[in-house]
Write a protein of this length. Sequence first.
Length: 320
Amino acid sequence: MTQKNRRTGFTLIELLVVIAIIALLIGILLPALSKARKTAQQLKDSTQIRNILQAMAVFANQNRDTYPLPSRVDKGNATINVAAGQETTKDTTRNMFSILVFDGSIPTEMCIGTTEPNGQFEVYKDYQLSRPTGAYQPEFALWDPKFSANPSDASNSTVAGQNAQGNFSYAHTLPFGKRKSLWSNDFSATQAMLSNRGPEYDLNGGGQSGTWELIDGVLGKQSNTLLIHGSRSKWEGLIGYNDAHVDFSPEPNPEKLIFTFTGLTNQYRTQPDNVFACEDDALRTEAPDNMRLNQRNAWLRQVSRVTVSGTTTTVTIFQD
C-alpha cells in the first residue's frame, strides 16, 4: 500500500497572498502611526509653550506683574554694560528668555520646539548658571548673555563669544512702544503671547476685506516655519495666550483672536488678527516700518537687535 506525500510549506500563490495582506495592513497602519506621532509632537510642543508662559507668570508675580525685561532687571549693568539711555538695547529675545533659564524656571531643552525644522537651531548645552563668562560682571550677572535666540544674534550682539546657533524656537509679543504694556501678567485668554515662529504675509485686497497670503521667497512660501507643524504650502501651529492656555491654530489669524480696526466701516471693523503681521490698528493694512511700534494688535516675532537714537527705538526682528 502506497502512502501519499503530504505537502509541507506554502505555494507561491499563498506566499503572495500573505505578502499582499501584510502590505495592505502596513498601508493602513502607517498613516495612523504618522498622525499619532504628529499629535504627540504637537502635545509636547504645546506643553513646552505652556510651561514657558507659566514661568513668565511666576516671574511676573515677583516683579510687579511684568514679564522678564532685561532693561529693568539689569539696571546696574552687571550682565551687559551699556551707556545711559541705551538700556532698551538689552531687550532682545535672547536676553528675555535667558533670564528664565538662569533663575531655574525653564531648562534650555524646553526652549527648542519638538519639530524644529531649521538646522541652525539647537539646545544650548553650555549655559552657565553661575558666573557666566560673557557677562560684564560675572559674579553679579542675572543671566548668561551667550545664550542666543536665533542664528542672527551672533552678528547683532556685543557679547564676546555669543553662541552662533539659535537656542529658542518660539516667537513672542514685542514689548516696545504701545505693546510694552501688554508685556505683563493680566491673565487675558484672548491676548496672544507666545507661539511657534511664522512666515511673512501680504494682505491681498486691502484692509476692509482682504485676505492674508504668503509672500514669495524664503520668508514666505519657502519659510522654514511652515514645516514646524504645517505643510510646505500652509502655516499651522500653536499659539499661547496670557492665561497660559495654548491652542492649535490652522491659520495665522485664529477666529478667537479678534481685533477692532477703528478706521474700517462697521461691517469690517472687527476681524481676526494675524499674529505674524504688524497691522495698522485703524486700517488693518501692513503698518510702515516707522509705525510698527505704535500699534497694539498682536505681533509675534523674535527680536535680534534693538537700537536707540535719541527718542527713536528701532527693532530688528528675526525671520526664517
